[in-house]
Design a binder for this molecule. Structure first.
Ligand code: AKG
Ligand code: FE2
Length: 480
Protein backbone atom coordinates (compact mmCIF):
# COMPACT_ATOMS: atom_id res chain seq x y z
CA UNK A 1 0.00 0.00 0.00
CA UNK A 2 2.84 2.34 0.89
CA UNK A 3 4.63 1.58 -2.39
CA UNK A 4 1.48 2.18 -4.35
CA UNK A 5 0.82 5.59 -2.81
CA UNK A 6 4.44 6.69 -3.28
CA UNK A 7 4.40 5.55 -6.90
CA UNK A 8 1.06 7.19 -7.62
CA UNK A 9 2.29 10.49 -6.13
CA UNK A 10 5.52 10.31 -8.15
CA UNK A 11 3.60 9.66 -11.32
CA UNK A 12 1.26 12.61 -10.61
CA UNK A 13 4.22 14.93 -10.01
CA UNK A 14 5.90 13.73 -13.15
CA UNK A 15 2.83 14.32 -15.28
CA UNK A 16 2.20 17.74 -13.73
CA UNK A 17 5.78 18.90 -14.42
CA UNK A 18 5.67 17.63 -18.00
CA UNK A 19 2.25 19.19 -18.57
CA UNK A 20 3.46 22.59 -17.39
CA UNK A 21 6.29 22.52 -19.88
CA UNK A 22 4.02 21.26 -22.62
CA UNK A 23 1.54 24.06 -21.94
CA UNK A 24 4.36 26.62 -22.23
CA UNK A 25 5.49 25.02 -25.43
CA UNK A 26 1.94 25.09 -26.74
CA UNK A 27 1.77 28.86 -26.14
CA UNK A 28 5.03 29.35 -28.03
CA UNK A 29 3.91 27.05 -30.79
CA UNK A 30 0.63 28.91 -31.26
CA UNK A 31 2.36 32.28 -31.31
CA UNK A 32 5.15 31.19 -33.60
CA UNK A 33 2.91 29.33 -36.05
CA UNK A 34 0.68 32.33 -36.31
CA UNK A 35 3.69 34.52 -37.16
CA UNK A 36 5.21 31.96 -39.49
CA UNK A 37 1.92 31.60 -41.41
CA UNK A 38 1.63 35.34 -41.76
CA UNK A 39 5.24 35.87 -42.79
CA UNK A 40 5.54 33.02 -45.26
CA UNK A 41 2.51 34.33 -47.13
CA UNK A 42 4.64 37.17 -48.45
CA UNK A 43 8.28 36.42 -47.73
CA UNK A 44 9.89 38.92 -50.15
CA UNK A 45 7.93 41.83 -48.87
CA UNK A 46 8.58 40.90 -45.29
CA UNK A 47 12.32 40.44 -45.41
CA UNK A 48 13.20 43.73 -47.13
CA UNK A 49 11.92 45.65 -44.16
CA UNK A 50 14.67 46.21 -41.53
CA UNK A 51 12.24 46.06 -38.62
CA UNK A 52 11.00 42.71 -39.83
CA UNK A 53 14.58 41.45 -40.18
CA UNK A 54 15.12 42.58 -36.65
CA UNK A 55 11.98 40.70 -35.50
CA UNK A 56 13.02 37.55 -37.25
CA UNK A 57 16.48 37.57 -35.72
CA UNK A 58 15.02 38.39 -32.33
CA UNK A 59 12.59 35.49 -32.53
CA UNK A 60 15.45 33.07 -33.08
CA UNK A 61 17.54 34.65 -30.35
CA UNK A 62 14.71 34.69 -27.82
CA UNK A 63 11.57 32.66 -28.49
CA UNK A 64 13.15 29.79 -30.41
CA UNK A 65 16.00 29.67 -27.93
CA UNK A 66 13.48 29.52 -25.13
CA UNK A 67 11.62 26.75 -26.93
CA UNK A 68 14.88 24.88 -27.18
CA UNK A 69 15.49 25.29 -23.47
CA UNK A 70 11.96 24.14 -22.71
CA UNK A 71 12.51 21.05 -24.81
CA UNK A 72 15.69 20.31 -22.87
CA UNK A 73 13.80 20.77 -19.63
CA UNK A 74 11.04 18.53 -20.91
CA UNK A 75 13.57 15.78 -21.56
CA UNK A 76 15.27 16.24 -18.20
CA UNK A 77 12.11 16.47 -16.10
CA UNK A 78 10.95 13.44 -14.26
CA UNK A 79 14.22 11.73 -13.47
CA UNK A 80 12.28 10.56 -10.44
CA UNK A 81 10.24 8.22 -12.58
CA UNK A 82 13.42 6.19 -12.62
CA UNK A 83 12.38 5.10 -9.15
CA UNK A 84 9.28 3.57 -10.72
CA UNK A 85 11.41 1.90 -13.35
CA UNK A 86 13.85 0.62 -10.73
CA UNK A 87 11.03 -0.83 -8.70
CA UNK A 88 9.35 -2.44 -11.69
CA UNK A 89 11.20 -5.72 -11.34
CA UNK A 90 9.69 -6.07 -7.87
CA UNK A 91 6.14 -5.55 -9.08
CA UNK A 92 3.87 -8.57 -8.85
CA UNK A 93 3.73 -10.43 -12.13
CA UNK A 94 1.18 -12.52 -13.99
CA UNK A 95 2.40 -15.37 -11.77
CA UNK A 96 1.30 -13.54 -8.64
CA UNK A 97 -2.14 -12.85 -10.06
CA UNK A 98 -2.40 -16.59 -10.62
CA UNK A 99 -1.18 -17.27 -7.08
CA UNK A 100 -3.72 -15.00 -5.47
CA UNK A 101 -6.52 -16.30 -7.67
CA UNK A 102 -5.61 -19.79 -6.46
CA UNK A 103 -5.71 -18.46 -2.91
CA UNK A 104 -9.27 -17.23 -3.39
CA UNK A 105 -10.29 -20.61 -4.79
CA UNK A 106 -8.71 -22.40 -1.84
CA UNK A 107 -10.76 -20.22 0.47
CA UNK A 108 -13.88 -20.87 -1.56
CA UNK A 109 -13.35 -24.64 -1.51
CA UNK A 110 -12.42 -24.81 2.17
CA UNK A 111 -15.17 -22.63 3.52
CA UNK A 112 -17.89 -23.62 1.03
CA UNK A 113 -18.52 -20.10 -0.20
CA UNK A 114 -20.63 -19.62 -3.28
CA UNK A 115 -19.26 -17.93 -6.34
CA UNK A 116 -21.85 -15.17 -6.52
CA UNK A 117 -21.20 -14.19 -2.89
CA UNK A 118 -17.48 -13.86 -3.45
CA UNK A 119 -17.93 -12.04 -6.75
CA UNK A 120 -20.34 -9.60 -5.13
CA UNK A 121 -17.97 -9.15 -2.24
CA UNK A 122 -20.29 -10.75 0.29
CA UNK A 123 -17.47 -12.07 2.42
CA UNK A 124 -17.53 -9.84 5.44
CA UNK A 125 -18.46 -6.80 3.36
CA UNK A 126 -15.39 -6.74 1.14
CA UNK A 127 -15.15 -5.27 -2.33
CA UNK A 128 -16.72 -6.42 -5.57
CA UNK A 129 -14.56 -8.32 -8.06
CA UNK A 130 -14.10 -6.92 -11.56
CA UNK A 131 -14.48 -8.65 -14.93
CA UNK A 132 -10.83 -9.55 -15.28
CA UNK A 133 -10.51 -10.65 -11.65
CA UNK A 134 -13.38 -13.10 -12.09
CA UNK A 135 -11.68 -14.25 -15.29
CA UNK A 136 -8.36 -14.92 -13.52
CA UNK A 137 -10.04 -16.89 -10.76
CA UNK A 138 -11.89 -18.90 -13.39
CA UNK A 139 -8.61 -19.63 -15.12
CA UNK A 140 -7.07 -20.83 -11.85
CA UNK A 141 -10.11 -23.05 -11.32
CA UNK A 142 -9.64 -24.48 -14.80
CA UNK A 143 -5.95 -25.17 -14.17
CA UNK A 144 -6.91 -26.77 -10.88
CA UNK A 145 -9.40 -29.05 -12.55
CA UNK A 146 -12.40 -27.41 -10.89
CA UNK A 147 -14.56 -27.16 -14.00
CA UNK A 148 -17.85 -26.28 -12.37
CA UNK A 149 -16.19 -23.45 -10.52
CA UNK A 150 -14.45 -22.33 -13.68
CA UNK A 151 -17.81 -22.23 -15.48
CA UNK A 152 -19.34 -20.08 -12.75
CA UNK A 153 -16.41 -17.65 -12.65
CA UNK A 154 -16.28 -17.26 -16.42
CA UNK A 155 -20.02 -16.62 -16.48
CA UNK A 156 -19.57 -13.93 -13.86
CA UNK A 157 -16.74 -12.32 -15.77
CA UNK A 158 -18.84 -12.23 -18.94
CA UNK A 159 -21.85 -10.87 -17.08
CA UNK A 160 -19.73 -8.05 -15.78
CA UNK A 161 -18.09 -7.36 -19.09
CA UNK A 162 -18.31 -3.86 -20.47
CA UNK A 163 -16.76 -2.73 -23.75
CA UNK A 164 -13.29 -1.36 -23.29
CA UNK A 165 -12.41 -3.32 -20.15
CA UNK A 166 -8.64 -3.44 -19.97
CA UNK A 167 -6.60 -6.63 -19.63
CA UNK A 168 -9.56 -8.72 -20.56
CA UNK A 169 -10.39 -10.54 -23.70
CA UNK A 170 -14.03 -11.49 -24.05
CA UNK A 171 -13.08 -14.11 -26.62
CA UNK A 172 -10.73 -15.82 -24.16
CA UNK A 173 -13.35 -15.90 -21.46
CA UNK A 174 -15.86 -17.41 -23.87
CA UNK A 175 -13.30 -19.99 -24.97
CA UNK A 176 -12.61 -20.98 -21.35
CA UNK A 177 -16.29 -21.11 -20.60
CA UNK A 178 -16.77 -23.62 -23.42
CA UNK A 179 -13.83 -25.74 -22.26
CA UNK A 180 -14.98 -25.72 -18.66
CA UNK A 181 -18.48 -26.75 -19.61
CA UNK A 182 -16.96 -29.63 -21.54
CA UNK A 183 -14.62 -30.69 -18.75
CA UNK A 184 -11.04 -31.72 -19.15
CA UNK A 185 -11.58 -35.26 -20.46
CA UNK A 186 -13.25 -34.08 -23.61
CA UNK A 187 -10.81 -31.26 -23.82
CA UNK A 188 -7.99 -33.80 -23.90
CA UNK A 189 -9.66 -35.84 -26.62
CA UNK A 190 -10.28 -32.76 -28.63
CA UNK A 191 -7.93 -31.07 -31.03
CA UNK A 192 -5.74 -30.06 -28.09
CA UNK A 193 -2.45 -31.52 -27.07
CA UNK A 194 -2.85 -34.38 -24.65
CA UNK A 195 0.34 -33.68 -22.71
CA UNK A 196 -0.90 -30.21 -21.90
CA UNK A 197 -4.03 -31.76 -20.55
CA UNK A 198 -2.05 -34.17 -18.39
CA UNK A 199 0.05 -31.35 -17.11
CA UNK A 200 -3.13 -29.59 -16.07
CA UNK A 201 -4.29 -32.68 -14.24
CA UNK A 202 -1.02 -32.82 -12.30
CA UNK A 203 -1.43 -29.27 -11.26
CA UNK A 204 -4.91 -30.10 -10.10
CA UNK A 205 -3.50 -32.79 -7.85
CA UNK A 206 -0.90 -30.50 -6.45
CA UNK A 207 -3.30 -27.78 -5.55
CA UNK A 208 -6.47 -29.48 -4.56
CA UNK A 209 -6.10 -33.19 -4.11
CA UNK A 210 -2.75 -33.32 -2.39
CA UNK A 211 -2.12 -36.95 -1.68
CA UNK A 212 -1.50 -37.43 2.00
CA UNK A 213 1.80 -39.17 2.28
CA UNK A 214 2.74 -40.72 5.57
CA UNK A 215 5.82 -42.86 5.75
CA UNK A 216 5.18 -45.80 7.97
CA UNK A 217 8.54 -46.04 9.77
CA UNK A 218 8.18 -45.40 13.49
CA UNK A 219 4.46 -45.75 13.30
CA UNK A 220 3.38 -48.51 15.59
CA UNK A 221 2.23 -51.75 13.98
CA UNK A 222 -1.24 -51.04 15.40
CA UNK A 223 -1.36 -48.01 13.14
CA UNK A 224 0.25 -49.35 9.95
CA UNK A 225 -3.08 -49.89 8.28
CA UNK A 226 -4.35 -46.53 9.46
CA UNK A 227 -6.15 -44.55 6.81
CA UNK A 228 -5.51 -40.84 6.96
CA UNK A 229 -8.41 -38.52 6.35
CA UNK A 230 -8.48 -36.66 3.09
CA UNK A 231 -8.59 -32.97 2.31
CA UNK A 232 -12.38 -33.00 2.56
CA UNK A 233 -12.19 -33.79 6.26
CA UNK A 234 -9.54 -31.09 6.69
CA UNK A 235 -11.87 -28.51 5.12
CA UNK A 236 -14.75 -29.71 7.26
CA UNK A 237 -12.71 -29.33 10.44
CA UNK A 238 -11.51 -25.89 9.31
CA UNK A 239 -15.12 -24.81 8.84
CA UNK A 240 -15.97 -26.05 12.33
CA UNK A 241 -18.48 -28.52 10.90
CA UNK A 242 -17.29 -31.38 13.10
CA UNK A 243 -18.97 -31.53 16.50
CA UNK A 244 -17.04 -32.58 19.59
CA UNK A 245 -18.69 -35.74 20.92
CA UNK A 246 -20.33 -35.32 24.33
CA UNK A 247 -18.17 -37.98 26.00
CA UNK A 248 -15.04 -36.06 25.01
CA UNK A 249 -16.47 -32.64 25.78
CA UNK A 250 -17.21 -33.75 29.36
CA UNK A 251 -13.49 -34.34 29.88
CA UNK A 252 -12.32 -30.95 28.60
CA UNK A 253 -11.63 -28.23 31.14
CA UNK A 254 -10.12 -24.81 31.60
CA UNK A 255 -7.68 -24.37 34.47
CA UNK A 256 -4.69 -22.45 35.78
CA UNK A 257 -1.38 -24.18 35.24
CA UNK A 258 1.65 -23.85 37.53
CA UNK A 259 3.46 -26.91 36.18
CA UNK A 260 3.42 -28.61 39.61
CA UNK A 261 4.34 -25.52 41.56
CA UNK A 262 7.11 -24.21 39.33
CA UNK A 263 8.25 -21.04 41.12
CA UNK A 264 8.12 -19.08 37.87
CA UNK A 265 4.45 -19.85 37.53
CA UNK A 266 3.26 -19.94 41.17
CA UNK A 267 2.27 -16.28 41.28
CA UNK A 268 1.51 -15.98 37.60
CA UNK A 269 -0.11 -19.23 36.51
CA UNK A 270 -0.86 -19.80 32.84
CA UNK A 271 -4.47 -20.09 31.64
CA UNK A 272 -5.08 -23.41 29.92
CA UNK A 273 -7.94 -24.61 27.76
CA UNK A 274 -8.06 -28.28 26.88
CA UNK A 275 -8.97 -28.73 23.19
CA UNK A 276 -8.81 -32.53 23.12
CA UNK A 277 -8.23 -35.28 25.66
CA UNK A 278 -6.30 -37.94 23.81
CA UNK A 279 -3.96 -36.92 22.31
CA UNK A 280 -3.87 -34.17 24.88
CA UNK A 281 -4.02 -30.88 22.96
CA UNK A 282 -4.08 -27.70 25.02
CA UNK A 283 -4.14 -24.00 24.33
CA UNK A 284 -2.22 -21.74 26.73
CA UNK A 285 -3.30 -18.10 26.90
CA UNK A 286 -1.18 -14.94 27.27
CA UNK A 287 2.17 -16.67 26.96
CA UNK A 288 3.61 -13.62 25.23
CA UNK A 289 2.85 -9.88 25.38
CA UNK A 290 1.91 -7.63 22.49
CA UNK A 291 5.19 -5.73 22.85
CA UNK A 292 7.15 -9.00 22.63
CA UNK A 293 5.17 -10.00 19.54
CA UNK A 294 6.08 -6.70 17.88
CA UNK A 295 9.75 -7.27 18.62
CA UNK A 296 9.67 -10.80 17.23
CA UNK A 297 7.97 -9.67 14.01
CA UNK A 298 10.54 -6.91 13.64
CA UNK A 299 13.39 -9.41 14.03
CA UNK A 300 11.81 -11.83 11.59
CA UNK A 301 10.79 -9.38 8.85
CA UNK A 302 14.14 -8.80 7.10
CA UNK A 303 14.77 -12.49 6.52
CA UNK A 304 11.11 -13.14 5.63
CA UNK A 305 11.29 -10.68 2.81
CA UNK A 306 14.67 -11.89 1.66
CA UNK A 307 13.17 -15.31 1.44
CA UNK A 308 10.51 -14.26 -1.08
CA UNK A 309 13.04 -12.57 -3.32
CA UNK A 310 15.15 -15.68 -3.49
CA UNK A 311 12.10 -17.70 -4.36
CA UNK A 312 10.97 -15.28 -7.04
CA UNK A 313 14.40 -15.39 -8.65
CA UNK A 314 13.94 -19.03 -9.50
CA UNK A 315 12.57 -19.03 -13.00
CA UNK A 316 12.29 -22.77 -13.44
CA UNK A 317 9.05 -23.83 -11.83
CA UNK A 318 6.43 -21.14 -11.76
CA UNK A 319 3.88 -23.24 -9.95
CA UNK A 320 6.22 -23.66 -7.00
CA UNK A 321 6.73 -19.94 -6.75
CA UNK A 322 3.05 -19.33 -6.32
CA UNK A 323 2.73 -22.11 -3.79
CA UNK A 324 5.66 -20.88 -1.74
CA UNK A 325 4.46 -17.33 -1.71
CA UNK A 326 1.46 -18.09 0.44
CA UNK A 327 3.63 -18.75 3.48
CA UNK A 328 6.91 -17.18 4.37
CA UNK A 329 9.14 -18.38 7.17
CA UNK A 330 12.15 -17.21 9.09
CA UNK A 331 14.23 -18.69 11.94
CA UNK A 332 15.35 -16.85 15.07
CA UNK A 333 17.66 -18.15 17.78
CA UNK A 334 18.32 -17.09 21.37
CA UNK A 335 21.10 -14.75 20.26
CA UNK A 336 18.80 -12.94 17.80
CA UNK A 337 17.51 -10.87 20.72
CA UNK A 338 16.74 -11.03 24.45
CA UNK A 339 13.05 -11.40 23.61
CA UNK A 340 13.73 -14.77 21.97
CA UNK A 341 15.90 -16.07 24.83
CA UNK A 342 13.22 -15.05 27.31
CA UNK A 343 10.52 -16.78 25.32
CA UNK A 344 12.55 -19.98 25.06
CA UNK A 345 12.94 -19.95 28.83
CA UNK A 346 9.21 -19.37 29.33
CA UNK A 347 8.32 -22.27 27.03
CA UNK A 348 10.55 -24.47 29.13
CA UNK A 349 8.88 -23.38 32.38
CA UNK A 350 5.39 -23.90 30.99
CA UNK A 351 6.00 -27.27 29.35
CA UNK A 352 8.53 -28.62 31.86
CA UNK A 353 10.70 -29.64 28.92
CA UNK A 354 14.35 -28.90 28.23
CA UNK A 355 15.21 -26.46 25.45
CA UNK A 356 18.73 -27.87 25.06
CA UNK A 357 17.84 -29.89 22.00
CA UNK A 358 14.96 -27.74 20.77
CA UNK A 359 14.98 -26.08 17.36
CA UNK A 360 15.31 -22.38 16.76
CA UNK A 361 12.07 -20.41 16.80
CA UNK A 362 10.33 -20.54 13.43
CA UNK A 363 8.28 -17.47 12.50
CA UNK A 364 5.73 -17.90 9.73
CA UNK A 365 3.58 -15.39 7.90
CA UNK A 366 0.55 -16.49 5.87
CA UNK A 367 -1.19 -14.20 3.38
CA UNK A 368 -4.78 -14.43 2.23
CA UNK A 369 -5.41 -17.99 1.03
CA UNK A 370 -2.24 -19.12 2.81
CA UNK A 371 -2.46 -22.55 4.37
CA UNK A 372 -0.35 -25.48 5.46
CA UNK A 373 -1.83 -28.77 4.32
CA UNK A 374 -2.36 -31.54 6.91
CA UNK A 375 0.80 -33.29 8.06
CA UNK A 376 2.63 -34.75 11.03
CA UNK A 377 5.36 -32.61 12.56
CA UNK A 378 7.57 -35.66 13.17
CA UNK A 379 9.50 -36.91 10.19
CA UNK A 380 9.73 -40.66 9.92
CA UNK A 381 13.37 -41.54 9.69
CA UNK A 382 14.63 -45.09 9.96
CA UNK A 383 16.09 -46.06 13.34
CA UNK A 384 19.62 -46.54 12.08
CA UNK A 385 20.01 -43.16 10.46
CA UNK A 386 17.95 -41.24 12.95
CA UNK A 387 20.39 -40.55 15.77
CA UNK A 388 23.41 -40.56 13.50
CA UNK A 389 22.17 -37.55 11.56
CA UNK A 390 19.83 -36.12 14.16
CA UNK A 391 21.44 -36.57 17.57
CA UNK A 392 18.75 -34.31 18.98
CA UNK A 393 16.13 -36.89 18.00
CA UNK A 394 12.67 -36.34 16.58
CA UNK A 395 10.13 -33.63 17.29
CA UNK A 396 8.63 -34.94 20.49
CA UNK A 397 6.37 -31.92 21.00
CA UNK A 398 5.15 -28.75 19.27
CA UNK A 399 4.59 -25.37 20.92
CA UNK A 400 2.75 -23.27 18.34
CA UNK A 401 2.35 -19.60 19.23
CA UNK A 402 -0.10 -17.28 17.48
CA UNK A 403 1.45 -13.86 16.92
CA UNK A 404 -1.69 -12.31 15.45
CA UNK A 405 -5.43 -12.63 15.31
CA UNK A 406 -6.90 -13.63 11.96
CA UNK A 407 -10.20 -12.00 11.00
CA UNK A 408 -11.55 -15.10 9.26
CA UNK A 409 -10.02 -18.57 8.89
CA UNK A 410 -6.40 -19.42 9.63
CA UNK A 411 -7.00 -21.81 12.54
CA UNK A 412 -5.02 -24.98 13.17
CA UNK A 413 -7.16 -28.01 12.35
CA UNK A 414 -6.49 -31.35 14.04
CA UNK A 415 -8.01 -33.52 11.39
CA UNK A 416 -8.32 -36.77 13.34
CA UNK A 417 -9.67 -35.16 16.49
CA UNK A 418 -11.94 -32.85 14.51
CA UNK A 419 -11.04 -29.69 16.43
CA UNK A 420 -9.65 -26.39 15.23
CA UNK A 421 -7.56 -24.16 17.48
CA UNK A 422 -8.44 -20.50 17.03
CA UNK A 423 -5.56 -18.17 16.27
CA UNK A 424 -5.78 -15.91 19.32
CA UNK A 425 -2.88 -13.50 19.59
CA UNK A 426 -0.53 -14.35 22.46
CA UNK A 427 -1.87 -17.87 22.93
CA UNK A 428 -0.08 -21.13 22.13
CA UNK A 429 -1.21 -24.62 21.22
CA UNK A 430 0.81 -27.46 22.68
CA UNK A 431 0.82 -31.19 22.05
CA UNK A 432 3.09 -34.25 22.01
CA UNK A 433 3.72 -35.70 18.56
CA UNK A 434 4.89 -38.99 20.03
CA UNK A 435 3.57 -41.53 22.51
CA UNK A 436 5.69 -42.14 25.63
CA UNK A 437 6.68 -45.38 23.88
CA UNK A 438 8.42 -43.42 21.10
CA UNK A 439 5.82 -44.32 18.48
CA UNK A 440 4.62 -41.46 16.36
CA UNK A 441 1.17 -40.34 17.44
CA UNK A 442 -0.61 -40.15 14.11
CA UNK A 443 -3.68 -38.73 15.80
CA UNK A 444 -1.82 -35.40 15.84
CA UNK A 445 -2.28 -35.07 12.07
CA UNK A 446 -2.96 -31.33 11.60
CA UNK A 447 -2.77 -28.40 9.21
CA UNK A 448 -3.11 -24.63 9.04
CA UNK A 449 -6.51 -23.70 7.55
CA UNK A 450 -6.47 -21.15 4.71
CA UNK A 451 -6.56 -17.55 5.82
CA UNK A 452 -9.85 -16.13 4.53
CA UNK A 453 -9.49 -12.51 5.63
CA UNK A 454 -6.43 -11.12 7.35
CA UNK A 455 -2.74 -11.76 7.76
CA UNK A 456 -1.62 -14.58 10.01
CA UNK A 457 1.58 -14.69 12.02
CA UNK A 458 2.46 -17.87 13.89
CA UNK A 459 5.59 -19.24 15.47
CA UNK A 460 6.67 -22.82 16.06
CA UNK A 461 9.01 -24.07 18.75
CA UNK A 462 9.77 -27.71 18.10
CA UNK A 463 11.08 -29.66 21.04
CA UNK A 464 13.19 -32.71 20.27
CA UNK A 465 13.31 -35.98 22.16
CA UNK A 466 17.01 -36.28 23.07
CA UNK A 467 16.79 -33.57 25.72
CA UNK A 468 13.74 -35.05 27.41
CA UNK A 469 14.40 -38.48 28.99
CA UNK A 470 14.24 -36.96 32.48
CA UNK A 471 11.27 -34.73 31.73
CA UNK A 472 9.08 -37.14 29.88
CA UNK A 473 9.84 -40.70 30.73
CA UNK A 474 9.83 -43.37 28.09
CA UNK A 475 7.24 -46.07 28.63
CA UNK A 476 6.84 -49.48 27.08
CA UNK A 477 3.10 -49.05 26.90
CA UNK A 478 2.33 -46.25 24.51
CA UNK A 479 -0.85 -45.35 26.35
CA UNK A 480 0.82 -45.15 29.74
O1 AKG B 1 0.29 -22.30 11.56
C1 AKG B 1 -0.41 -23.24 11.93
O2 AKG B 1 -1.57 -23.10 12.31
C2 AKG B 1 0.15 -24.63 11.90
C3 AKG B 1 1.50 -24.70 11.28
C4 AKG B 1 2.08 -26.06 11.30
O3 AKG B 1 1.42 -27.02 11.55
C5 AKG B 1 3.53 -26.25 11.05
O4 AKG B 1 4.19 -25.26 10.73
O5 AKG B 1 4.00 -27.39 11.19
FE1 FE2 C 1 2.63 -28.72 11.99
Amino acid sequence: IRHESVLAATLQKYIKAKMEILQNLQTYADELSEIADRVSANKEEYIIHPINQYHLIKRFATQWTEVNQLLDRFNRTGKKTISIKNAAHLFPKEEDIKGSAEGILRIQETYNLNTSDIAKGNISGKKDLTTDECYHIGKAAFNGGLYDRCTQWMQFSLQRFEEGTQNFSKAHAEEYLKLCEMGLDEFADDAYNITDALDLRNRANLIFFRPIVATKAHISSDDKSYKFSDDKKFSKVCRGDVKIPKHVERKLHCYLHTNNGNPWLMFNPVKVEELWDSPHIVQFYDVITSAEVDKIKKLAKPSLFRAIHVVSDEEDDDFQKAAYRITKISWLNDTSGPVIAKLTRRISEITGLSMNTSEELQVANYGVGGEYPPHLDVASVSNTTLFKYHPEGRRIATFLIYLSEVQEGGGTAFVEAGVTAKPIKGSAVFWYNMYPSGDIDIRTFHGACPVMIGNKWASNKWIREAGEPFHRQCKLDRNA
